[in-house]
Design a protein around this ligand. Structure first.
Ligand SMILES: NC(=O)C1=CN([C@@H]2O[C@H](COP(=O)(O)OP(=O)(O)OC[C@H]3O[C@@H](n4cnc5c(N)ncnc54)[C@H](O)[C@@H]3O)[C@@H](O)[C@H]2O)[C@@H](O)CC1
Ligand SMILES: [K+]
Length: 485
């Protein structure tokens, strides 16, 4: 958040004092008024509770509370740190005939009865989870909507980590820029619907970004008049085993929809692959003798042959995507296994595989997968640094980290994708984009984006269980949707 602060400071120096807070509070009050009108038909007479902490976040909430009080809402402000409440905001609320209390029992009762709660406990200045005086609100019953001011209190703005307790919101109104903590789980899961209010901030060059349709459309490979299948790229898939032939089919299905001109398969499931997908080239043996490809995908359903396939693929001079059993094997070998590579490597672990990779890098016992899920950004960054590879960390929020430090968070995820084999499709898809010439960060983030959309498409609206093959089948439709201006 240092960059946001710097941008704010620069802007504030040019504006009359308090301008940014006034803009923020006006946007916040407008959203609250819309919510109240939707729930109760009008703002007048509705009950609003403002939880005000000790910083400017509380100031925003108090000014917005004052605006709602002027429209006839019955507003009570609960001052969590009475001696440090924002003086201007408090004066505005009092002038608008808002009530103020410092009694926590009164505050809690009000919180539970309110039609709408404004969470202005703490914003980007917060450190650590909620402090003791605020914790009861996170546990208390509620009947109204909670609107988080800038960020749900207790969520780390930079990482999405929740060190302790945080207040769950139905809507978050954030100012100027999306904070990473609103995009990355577990923080993202506390934010509800996120709404951005412009306050005239120059957006700083963000370290953590999320792609949108137009960005992905610009990345996707489109064949030109000159293209033949080899120029469009051949992706090699070394996947599937006697135990898991299905993983080969799913990785190939993903690869066929990823933009490469052809898919070459090596492994024990060759017969099933050709029966299902006659357009796939199959070769006996491993990657080393398979002829020219522009990228390898190694590991889905890996089984017996994965060690050899991984060694052969890593010895090549083309990008390699390592997934599933390939990652378990790589965790055993540690980062040294990638040290001599001349082309990039893309790792696509879920948190369990990430734990094995980290253990391989540090030589210790694997960290708990749950702990890694709670610190996705840090985990992806650490893996990328340890292995000098691009890392796509799968899960409730998929995070892609480059060894150079760039991070992209995928905004299209859906929990319907938590279905067997969906990761195999993603691996094939990302490998295909690598073969088509995308840089690993672009290939991984575009693949995650398309895969998320395909999961939504396959699950339908309002959603039903779907299958990995249906997700692969939905990819052409989402390509078209993304490429439609
Ligand atoms: N700087 C600006 O120009 C603008 C800031 N705005 C608002 O100001 C916020 C940032 O304000 P501040 O820098 O004053 O910081 P905050 O209001 O986010 O929090 C800082 C205060 O909270 C206390 N605190 C820290 N961690 C805490 C915790 N875990 N539990 C409870 N209290 C804790 C600190 O002691 C300090 O008093 C933004 O999130 C946004 O809401 C907006 O008004 C827009 C303009
Ligand atoms: K807040």
């Amino acid at each position: 958040m240092e960059t946001v602060r710097a941008a704010e400071a620069e802007l504030m120096a040019r504006l009359p004092e308090g301008t940014l807070m006034q803009r923020a509070a006006a946007g916040l009050a407008a959203t609250c008024a819309r919510l109240l009108t939707g729930r109760r038909g009008r703002v007048y007479g509705s009950r609003v509770t403002v939880l005000a902490g000790s910083g400017d976040n509380g100031g925003d909430a108090l000014y917005a509370g004052a605006a709602l009080a002027r429209r006839g809402a019955r507003v009570t402000a609960v001052l969590l740190v009475p001696e440090k409440a924002h003086p201007g905001g408090l004066a505005a609320l009092r002038a608008a005939r808002g009530r103020v209390t410092v009694e926590q029992e009164v505050g809690l009762a009000d919180f539970s009865r309110a039609d709408l709660v404004l969470d202005g406990i703490v914003g980007i200045g917060g450190r650590g989870g909620l402090r003791p005086e605020a914790q009861p609100y996170a546990r208390a019953a509620r009947r109204g909507a909670v609107v988080a001011v800038d960020l749900p209190s207790g969520v780390d703005a930079d990482t999405g980590e929740v060190p302790g307790v945080a207040l769950r919101a139905d809507v978050t109104v954030c100012f100027g820029t999306y904070k990473p903590g609103l995009l990355i789980d577990p923080g993202a899961s506390y934010a509800g619907a996120v709404q951005l209010v412009g306050i005239g901030l120059e957006p700083p060059a963000a370290e953590v970004t999320a792609l949108q349709h137009a960005d992905v459309a610009a990345l996707l490979p489109v064949p030109g008049a000159e293209s033949d299948k080899y120029r469009r790229g051949v992706v090699g898939v070394a996947a599937g085993s006697a135990t898991y032939p299905g993983a080969a089919l799913l990785a190939v299905a993903g690869a066929l929809h990823g933009g490469a001109g052809a898919v070459r398969y090596v492994g024990t499931a060759a017969e099933e692959v050709v029966r299902r997908f006659p357009e796939v080239l199959v070769t006996e043996g491993g990657p080393a003798g398979a002829g020219r490809v522009q990228a390898w995908v190694v590991g889905p359903g890996g089984g017996e042959g994965v060690r050899q396939a991984l060694a052969e693929a890593l010895a090549s001079d083309v990008p390699v995507l390592v997934d599933a059993d390939g990652l378990t094997e790589l965790g055993r070998l540690g980062p040294d296994a990638l040290a001599g590579r001349t082309a990039p490597t893309l790792l696509t672990p879920h948190t369990g595989e990430a734990a094995r990779l980290l253990a391989g890098a540090g030589g210790g016992t694997p960290p708990a997968a749950d702990d890694l899920a709670a610190s996705r950004l840090a985990t992806a960054r650490r893996l990328a640094a340890d292995y000098r590879a691009t890392v796509l960390l799968k899960g409730s929020t998929t995070v892609v980290a480059d060894p150079g430090g760039a991070v992209r968070v995928n905004p299209t995820g859906t929990s319907w994708l938590a279905t067997a084999g969906s990761g195999d499709v993603l691996a094939g898809l990302a490998g295909s984009l690598l073969a088509a010439g995308l840089a690993p960060l672009d290939a991984a983030s575009a693949a995650a984006y398309l895969h998320g959309l395909a999961g939504r498409e396959a699950a339908g609206e309002p959603g039903a269980p779907t299958t990995a093959l249906a997700v692969a089948g939905a990819l052409p439709a989402v390509w078209r949707a993304v490429r439609t201006p």
